[in-house]
Design a protein around this ligand. Structure first.
Ligand SMILES: [Cu+2]
Length: 170
């Protein structure tokens, strides 16, 4: 009954087997994941610190596609936010309204600009601790599965960041 080739699992050696299983899982999970989006450059990036009382903020930047291939931005994620959406503005019945986009094309050699009044990243429920740290990590996701991680510096909106601190006499 006792098979010398397959000694019974004893409590003395559970770790090597568990470690092997975990290693195999990690390996299989890692294969299709995060391939860095090469040739995509981020510049002029900043996350606007939310106005006190607001649970949403915007991020702006420029994405330059020097990869030589047509790309498509399909999403942005951050561990420091509930979610991040691609937004722009569209004329609806004569009013410029904010609209959510599923994706944005970024053809080879092109620049995709996110700026106030245009395309922007809408950041929902940004983590205050991350904002106070001055750096906000995000991961950009492209249609081909490539990703690009970056730290956006946090910018303070406007001059009225401290309303209690009135130096000017308006
Ligand atoms: Cu928006």
């Amino acid at each position: 009954m006792k098979n010398p080739l397959f000694p019974p699992l004893s409590a003395s050696r559970p770790l090597p087997l568990l470690a092997a299983i975990l290693a195999a899982l990690a390996l299989s999970a890692a294969v299709p994941a995060a391939r860095a989006a090469e040739g995509i450059q981020i510049s002029e990036a900043r996350l606007m610190a939310p106005i006190p009382g607001q649970k949403v903020s915007a991020a702006y930047l420029r994405l330059t596609n020097a990869s030589g291939r047509d790309m498509q931005l399909v999403g942005v994620e951050s561990a420091h936010a509930e979610r991040i959406e691609l937004h722009s503005y569209a004329n609806r019945d004569g009013l410029m309204r904010m609209v959510r986009l599923d994706s944005l094309p970024l053809a080879a050699g092109e620049v995709l600009t996110f700026r106030p009044g245009g395309n922007h990243l809408m950041v929902f429920a940004p983590d205050i601790a991350a904002i106070q740290s001055g750096q906000f990590a995000m991961t950009f996701q492209f249609a081909d599965g490539a990703t690009l991680e970056t730290d956006l510096p946090v910018a303070q909106p406007g001059k009225s960041r401290k309303k209690s601190d009135k130096k000017s006499d308006k």
